[in-house]
Ligand binder design. Structure first.
Ligand code: PPS
Length: 309
């Protein structure tokens, strides 16, 4: 059943350390924090709307040695457990193979996954279950420039029927800047992961680089995963993970998710997949305001984003 506009406005999140998260995630927080990572785990880490689905498909294609059929074995959101995700069961959308009765994805069952396990999170460094730090596993972080991320998240909020209504673009603009969106502030998230990138096994990638030169970035991922694939396989992966292919692919485009959860008639999950769409949304005044806030919040970091290609 779809939420009415009134219920959507009231849709509640809860907070951990001031960071909004789904209520079911917070209700299961102790169990999530107690998860035991393994040294050969690979954790895909992103702020929402930064290219998570794209890097998941790339990682799976590499893991399956470019075998397209194997990557069709399940929808992308069920191939890699989403470690902090929990939601009440939905009759038309049962969840992953690893989900437990409380709707929690990361359970003892996922401990039985064959290694190396590939897992996914949107958590900031401060909220990650501690065993990920002590087990010395691999982290693959993808960052996307804040303005495009904000635009993509806005359209996702509009179409995602279980998130609160984002209001108008102008209203949402303020909400995003304040960090009161699911998984918190873009600034804190990106900064947090960037600052520890040399202390752990972290491959830090940028969405914009993946757009500019997908083959080079896919090669980096391949090396990071300890794989060696020949040119023809790499070319196939580039082709199969292009926006156009993934938009048409029912295993990656979320078309199997019921409309009562994701209403793609409002905005498709695979929306534009470009760099620079923020220019179609930001007013001149918003752009100036955002640049000033960015300067303050990212002061002292060496990170550099490409804002258009
Ligand atoms: S989520 O809900 O957080 O998991 O979303 P996420 O997958 O991180 O981000 C969705 C945005 O990524 C775009 N996308 C792609 N861009 C380029 N190439 C490929 N293959 C690709 N796959 C997904 C998707 O279109 C969303 O961005 P926008 O700007 O909204 O189009």
């Amino acid at each position: 059943m779809a939420l009415t506009p009134e219920l959507r406005t009231q849709a509640k999140w809860k907070e951990i350390a001031g960071i909004p998260l789904g209520a079911a995630t917070v209700d299961n927080w102790n169990q999530i924090q107690a998860f035991r990572a393994k040294p050969d785990d690979l954790l895909i880490c992103t702020y929402p709307k930064s290219g998570t689905t794209w890097i998941q498909e790339i990682v799976d294609m590499i893991e399956q040695n470019g075998d397209v059929e194997k990557c069709q074995r399940d929808v992308i959101e069920h191939r890699h457990p989403f470690i902090e995700w929990a939601r009440p069961p939905h009759p038309d959308y049962p969840g992953t193979h690893y989900v437990d009765q409380a709707g929690l994805e990361l359970t003892e069952v996922s401990n039985e996954m064959p290694s190396p396990r590939i897992l996914k999170t949107h958590l900031s460094t401060q909220l990650l279950p501690p065993s990920f730090w002590t087990s010395n596993c691999k982290f693959l972080y993808v960052a996307r420039n804040a303005k495009d991320c904000m635009v993509s998240y806005y359209h996702f909020y509009r179409m995602n029927q279980v998130l609160p209504d984002p209001g108008t673009w102008d209203e949402y603009f303020e909400t995003f800047i304040s960090g009161k969106v699911y998984w918190g502030s873009w600034f804190d998230h990106v900064r947090g992961w960037w600052e520890i990138r040399d202390r752990y096994q972290i491959l830090f990638l940028f969405y914009e680089d993946m757009k500019r030169d997908p083959k080079r970035e896919i090669q980096k991922v391949m090396q990071f995963m300890g794989k060696n694939l020949d040119e023809a396989v790499l070319d196939r992966i580039v082709q199969e993970t292009s926006f156009e292919r993934m938009k048409e692919n029912p295993m990656t485009n979320r078309s199997t998710v019921p409309k009562s959860l994701l209403d793609q008639s409002i905005s498709p999950f695979m929306r534009k997949g470009t760099v620079g769409d923020w220019k179609n949304h930001f007013t001149v005044a918003q752009n100036e305001k955002f640049d000033e806030i960015y300067r303050q919040k990212m002061k002292g970091t060496s990170i550099n984003f490409c804002m258009e290609l």
